[in-house]
Design a protein around this ligand. Structure first.
Ligand code: T5A
Length: 208
């Protein structure tokens, strides 16, 4: 009998190590014979990658929070239809670097309380939560310095600075408390290999 699909997301502030841990988890599961799709948001499908450039590049004040909610949700819908749902239906493990929890935080909290708008649009257009969400929690100042050291074009949100990072860290921890069934908090302040060990232990127990 084929194994059921599993949808795992990584969340956390910028520079917390999500992409590195997502890649390591994918490699580990592949080495165990699991069929894995490693993807990211915003992006993960052709159309969503086009929207990614619109939302992450350019003037930090380019969009209102409301417009961003629409753009991120449009990208997510395309990603879900074309990448995530087909992979899950085929019994694959989908590992996604950020998903709807990021919209709940970045658009829902950073410029007023728009969380109800995010949640309403999410239930209308997405209607799916991950099976497991790994929150890589870490010191906001360190996360920001790591994120800025990458020097990519996609740095609109990093431009909002340390205040936003601290607010997002608090918000993510609150979200983990709100959804304890699917969230697991990992200490991202540890050395890379120790963070990976914690991620693998957590996922292994979810898979079994
Ligand atoms: N966004 C996204 C929204 O506003 N709304 C949404 O709905 C969504 C989906 C995405 C931006 O979009 C926003 C949030 C974000 O601001 P992005 O370019 O995809 O932007 O960047 P991030 O998701 O923020 O990811 P980053 O690349 O900045 O950070 P990661 O993935 O958390 O960290 P990673 O793995 O790239 O590591 C950063 C550096 O730190 C080192 C790594 O080697 C790397 O150099 N590192 C460690 N060093 C020491 N010890 C450790 N434990 C380390 N872990 C990593």
């Amino acid at each position: 009998m084929s194994k059921p699909g599993l949808f795992i997301t990584f969340e956390g502030i910028d520079g917390s190590g999500k992409s590195t841990q997502a890649k390591r988890l994918a490699a580990h599961l592949q080495s165990q014979g699991r069929d894995v799709v490693l993807t990211r948001e915003p992006g993960g499908s052709t159309g969503a990658e086009e929207i990614r450039a619109l939302v992450l590049q350019g003037d930090p004040e380019r969009w209102s929070a409301e417009t961003e909610i629409l753009l991120f949700t449009a990208a997510r819908r395309d990603h879900l239809e074309r990448t995530i749902n087909p992979a899950l239906a085929a019994g694959k493990v989908v590992i996604c670097d950020r998903f709807a929890d990021s919209t709940r935080m970045y658009q829902g909290l950073s410029r007023g309380d728009l969380r109800p708008v995010v949640d309403t649009l999410h239930s209308l257009m997405i209607g799916r939560e991950p099976d497991l969400t790994l929150l890589i929690d870490m010191d906001p100042e360190l996360g920001l310095s790591r994120a800025l050291s990458r020097q990519t074009a996609d740095e609109r949100f990093e431009a909002f600075g340390a205040g936003l990072q601290a607010q997002m860290r608090r918000g993510f921890l609150d979200l983990a408390a709100e959804f304890p069934d699917r969230f697991r908090v990992i200490d991202g302040n540890q050395p890379l290999d120790q963070v990976t060990a914690d991620v693998l232990t957590t996922v292994q127990s979810a898979l079994s």
